[in-house]
Design a protein around this ligand. Structure first.
Ligand SMILES: [Fe+2]
Length: 137
């Protein structure tokens, strides 16, 4: 997934977080797809998982604060989507630990992240920018 300028919502902090997410997910997918043995990938994969667990907390908090600031009418629905993602990250991480760090679990996670970029960052988050522009905020 290549980050594009048009994905920006016009808030530097949020845009930087989104751009970093794109870079992380791209790297994650490439690592999983590489021909290396799982032993050689696992550290990088675990780093990504750790990053994502923190990211969903801090980034969602910052993005919701911005929505609150501009009086975005879709905030409650948006918050619910974020909460579902936080729960998902928690449960996939638990599953991964319980099944002994299997690659297949992280492949599922990578699929979910790519879908998240397409359906959430590129679609739902853009609606915040549309609203801000329309209201002149
Ligand atoms: Fe969002």
């Amino acid at each position: 997934m290549i980050w594009k300028e048009k994905y920006k919502i016009g808030v530097p902090l949020i845009d930087a977080q989104h751009e970093e997410l794109f870079a992380r997910v791209t790297n994650f997918v490439e690592t999983l797809r590489s021909d290396k043995e799982w032993d050689e990938k696992v550290n990088s994969v675990n780093d990504t998982l750790g990053f994502m667990k923190d990211y969903v907390v801090t980034h969602f908090r910052d993005e919701e604060a911005y929505q609150e600031e501009i009086g975005y009418p879709g905030l409650e629905e948006h918050r619910k989507t974020h909460q579902d993602m936080v729960s998902y990250v928690g449960s996939i991480s638990e599953q991964y630990e319980q099944n002994g760090f299997k690659e297949i679990t992280m492949q599922q996670f990578a699929g979910k992240l790519v879908t998240w970029l397409v359906n959430h960052v590129v679609a739902d988050d853009q609606k915040i920018a549309d609203y801000a522009n329309q209201e002149g905020k």
